[in-house]
Unconditional design. Structure first.
Length: 293
């Protein structure tokens, strides 16, 4: 007999699962957001005609410019697709306009009479396929920037039906996968209490839930437009505050803005050869509709 555990109004967990083949999947992902996450330092020499506040602001601005330069260099170094184009948002504006600060440390005056500011920053960019090269070609090329596709086996679900999620990356990646119901409740599907490892091989279609997860996603009220969110990166991600939901999953009480920020607390890998230190990040989602009948 299968054991049933109520977790949230819209989801029921069972020990046991029936797999649905990928051939029935319907693709509904959004375009996704590409970005690079880097660390940078800003230094400004002390000057008699500048206040501490001015020095601090200049050091922070310098750190942002350094982050932008590192981000652009990192993206190009990890992407070897011939002739592809990277289009940076607000490229005509100052660096401060499109460098998003994730973490920062005001380190004050150093021993060599400089003001020091450190930042971990995210640089978003758009990937422009060259000429007649289709976006799908880049989505499956391991030499292109990290891109992950998320699909479900159907677009519309009735009460009692099970949702199957499929994710596939063009290269190896780490992922956090969330399910947000029609009322905004958030459940973390991966990693979970059974699947603590959230590393996925690139070029392989992964199913959620799989047999090791020991749960299924059964549609129950509330009904409406619901969303699957995938955060993917080439480095381990930051921790998100969760509480246990049943014997398999985790519930997230924080708002989505907090989840976004905490997940982006990735571990920055050291420079390897000609590749500067940094991490690729990709965020995508798809929507499903749930109905009573």
């Amino acid at each position: 007999m299968k054991q049933k555990i109520l977790v949230l109004p819209f989801i029921i967990l069972y020990f046991g699962i029936i797999l649905i083949t990928l051939s029935t999947a319907a693709e509904k992902p959004d375009s996704g957001k590409h970005s690079a996450i880097v660390e940078a330092d800003g230094y400004v020499y002390l000057a008699d005609d500048k206040t501490i506040r001015q020095l601090r602001e200049e050091a922070l601005a310098q750190a942002k410019r350094e982050a932008l330069e590192k981000g652009q260099t990192f993206i190009k170094s990890v992407s070897t697709v011939e002739n592809f184009q990277l289009t940076y948002d607000l490229i005509q504006s100052a660096a401060e306009g499109y460098v998003k600060i994730l973490e920062s440390k005001d380190l004050g005056i150093t021993g060599d009479n400089r003001y020091h500011y450190w930042v971990k920053a995210e640089i978003e960019y758009r990937l422009q396929p060259p000429g007649d090269l289709e976006q799908k070609a880049l989505d499956t090329d391991p030499d292109a920037p990290l891109t992950v596709t998320v699909l479900t086996n159907k677009e519309n679900y009735k009460k009692g039906e099970n949702i199957k999620i499929f994710i596939k990356g063009n290269k190896d990646f780490y992922a956090r996968v969330l399910y947000m119901d029609a009322q905004g409740n958030k459940l973390q599907l991966v990693p979970n209490q059974q699947r603590t490892e959230n590393f996925f091989k690139g070029g392989v279609t992964h199913v959620i839930p799989d047999p090791s997860d020991k749960f299924t996603l059964e549609v129950n009220p509330p009904f409406g437009s619901e969303k699957i969110i995938v955060y993917a990166s080439t480095s381990p991600q930051g921790q998100v505050q969760t509480t246990a939901a049943g014997l398999s999953l985790y519930k997230i009480e924080s708002d989505i803005k907090t989840v976004n920020a905490q997940t982006r607390g990735v571990i920055i890998k050291e420079s390897i050869g000609m590749t500067p230190a940094g991490a690729e990040f990709f965020e995508t989602s798809c929507e499903v509709k749930t109905n009573s009948k």
